[in-house]
Design a protein around this ligand. Structure first.
Ligand code: DAH
Length: 363
């Protein structure tokens, strides 16, 4: 019979020396497992005399229990170590600086929309918003452009398929239908602007299928062309930030105004750049006129009682002029480098979406 004390010392030392759970398990199997040294000793008990059993049995049991406990203790220590290592290696290093957030910039068109809105609301205009998918009636007929009228060909219209009643909707070709919507919904006097997206089937350096306009409508009992002229000059001074900006009214034709004019702004072209407020060249920025009597009749206003002016301005065009952006298509190319260069920091102007609108949605 082996000296139990020596055996215990030997196995205990091995347990203490076990560096990981696997080698500890190997020790348990080789000492306490079925064929382990301690188990074999336990089996020998069966061959002993009752006296020997009495003397040897409790010692052997104590040895077995002691070793089991020692293995469990060592196991706890090793597991705690593993946990520690894991905690150390997986802990969050909060001293790391966070990834910097890329602040976006405001698209020049959005900026212009806000600036234009700001200028006109200061003059007492309110903002009207309406649908981009328009009825033929609002986009054309009510604006004195009946079906088959040659003026319809002035617009390269995107048409929707005809519905069951033979009506077809259009992507609005201008913001002028907002004149009709405004006058059909409310009561005069009117003083509104309607900024928004417009669509025409056209694409080159100065045309994109989607572009932006702002419409203006002023109707009251004694509005005349002098008001229109002042309004446009005042706007141009403020928008281009040039006090002696030159403005020219050229006679023109629009079905919804009579008389009609196109408005040019004085500029010069130098080294492929447009400079506003100097030189002898002209650039067209809008169409305008006195609202045609037929349009007033179409919305049940008496032309003998009410009259007024309207204008429609290309927002993309005036953005190109203000910041010398040569190609219209760049506005919509979604190139981040371009946006970083031409974009704006947020200004403290409430954006359109937060303004109250006089008209929302389609009828
Ligand atoms: N709707 C016209 C266009 O898109 C622009 C326009 C011209 C609007 C004259 C007006 C106006 O209100 O009076 O070409």
């Amino acid at each position: 019979m082996q000296d139990l004390q020596t055996l215990e010392k030997e196995i205990s030392a091995n347990i203490e020396a076990a560096v990981d759970i696997d080698s500890l398990e190997d020790i348990r199997i080789s000492e306490l497992g079925k064929k382990g040294r301690v188990s074999l000793l336990m089996r020998e008990l069966g061959t002993m005399t009752p006296e020997e059993k009495k003397a040897f049995g409790p010692k052997l049991n104590a040895l077995k229990n002691g070793l089991n406990n020692a293995i469990q203790d060592r196991k706890n220590i090793l597991e705690a170590e593993i946990l520690n290592i894991k905690l150390l290696s997986e802990s969050l290093d909060i001293s790391l600086s966070s990834a910097t957030e890329d602040a976006g910039s405001i698209h020049p068109i959005s900026q212009v929309m806000d600036e234009v809105t700001e200028i006109f609301t200061e003059m007492g205009f309110s903002v009207a918003e309406g649908p981009e998918i328009e009825n033929d009636f609002y986009n054309f007929t009510a604006l004195n452009i009946p079906e088959e009228h040659p003026a319809r060909q002035m617009h390269d219209t995107f048409y929707f398929p005809k519905d069951e009643e033979g009506n077809r909707k259009v992507l609005r070709t201008h913001t002028s239908p907002m004149q009709i919507r405004t006058m059909m919904e409310g009561e005069p006097p009117y003083r509104i602007i309607a900024p928004g997206r417009t669509y025409r089937n056209d694409s080159d350096a100065t045309h994109t299928p989607m572009f932006h306009q702002v419409e203006a409508l002023v109707i009251d009992k004694s509005i005349h062309m002098g008001h229109l002229k002042w309004c446009i000059e005042e706007f141009s001074r403020k928008f281009f930030e040039i006090d002696d900006v030159k403005i020219r009214f050229r006679p023109s034709y629009f079905p919804f105004t009579e008389p009609s004019a196109e408005v040019d702004i004085g500029c010069s072209f130098k080294n492929g750049e447009v400079l506003i407020g100097e030189g002898d060249d002209w650039l067209e920025i809008m169409g305008c006129g006195m609202v045609n009597e037929k349009v007033l009749e179409n919305v049940n206003l008496d032309p003998k009682e009410y009259q007024g002016f309207a204008f429609g301005m290309g927002l993309d065009r005036i953005s190109m002029l203000k910041w010398g952006i040569p190609d219209l298509r760049d506005f919509f190319a979604a190139d981040l480098r371009w946006l970083k260069h031409y974009g704006f920091q947020a200004l403290d102007i409430p954006s359109l979406s937060t303004r109250s609108s006089t008209i929302k949605g389609s009828k």
